[in-house]
Design a protein around this ligand. Sequence first.
Ligand SMILES: NC(=O)c1ccc[n+]([C@@H]2O[C@H](COP(=O)([O-])OP(=O)(O)OC[C@H]3O[C@@H](n4cnc5c(N)ncnc54)[C@H](OP(=O)(O)O)[C@@H]3O)[C@@H](O)[C@H]2O)c1
Length: 260
Amino acid sequence: MGIHQKVVVIGGTGLIGSKAVAILREDGHEVIVASLGNGIDAFTGEGLEEAISGADAVIDVSNMMSFDGPVIRNFFDTTSRNLTTVEKASGVRHHVVLSIVGTDGLVANPYMSGKQAQEAAVKASGQNYTIVRATQFHEFLETLATSYTVDDTVRVPAIDFQPIAADDVAAALVSIALGEPQNRTIQVAGPERAPFEVLMGQYLKAHGDQRVVVSDASLGYFGAAVNKTSLVPDGEALSGAITLTEWLGRQSRAKIEESV
Ligand SMILES: NC(=O)c1ccc[n+]([C@@H]2O[C@H](COP(=O)([O-])OP(=O)(O)OC[C@H]3O[C@@H](n4cnc5c(N)ncnc54)[C@H](OP(=O)(O)O)[C@@H]3O)[C@@H](O)[C@H]2O)c1
């Protein structure tokens, strides 16, 4: 391992957070798992000073799922301002936050407007930071399938998709957090790009799901109009290693192991 660091993971019990915590621990770093359930609230500020004191880096992967624009913007803006204020007072070297590829082009989607508010608060904070924008997680495909289903047909927008495994996102975040702040935005995406309907079809087939997938150019992304490249990186991006095929294989092997 490199130099031993103390890292606070805000949202450390969530999908990405728990994976980042595991990688950091495996690498011998000191980790504070911060979450509501652990009495640390980035929105009210409860427990933040104690948790962050003496930390080298903070990784913010907290989340609130809401499509109420003012509510979600207030959550991401307030949590980011609270975190960066405490970090600056405590001399924390690096704030890393996980955002979403394409956020600024999709602000008609209330959740994306929240992510934009989060990015803006971090940039304006005066704290040294790296914003990491990821594409949709493989793990998010189930939610997307449900959201886009009408009468047993999954109608998805006619766009390119480049999903990434949560394991790859967590590994990228940890590696970036342990390094120097870049005070810029970095993109990270899965290793393959394909039409959304192709990847959705592959996902459903692997689950024996009979729903038909249709590409529909009139559809947007949760309230935002989209074009072919709205959800894939523009320009340079770090690449995850785990393809959807590989990830589906791992899921089915894990299921088999669980059942024996
Ligand atoms: N889904 C995607 O495809 C995608 C793509 C790119 C980026 N992202 C971003 O990835 C991030 C992480 O998502 P995820 O799926 O890993 O989240 P998640 O599984 O929903 O976990 C959310 C975490 O945030 C914690 N939390 C919620 N409110 C908090 C608060 N006020 N103070 C402290 N902790 C709080 C939760 O704690 P408790 O469990 O104790 O409540 C939990 O640990 C999100 O910001 C999301 O925007 C998602």
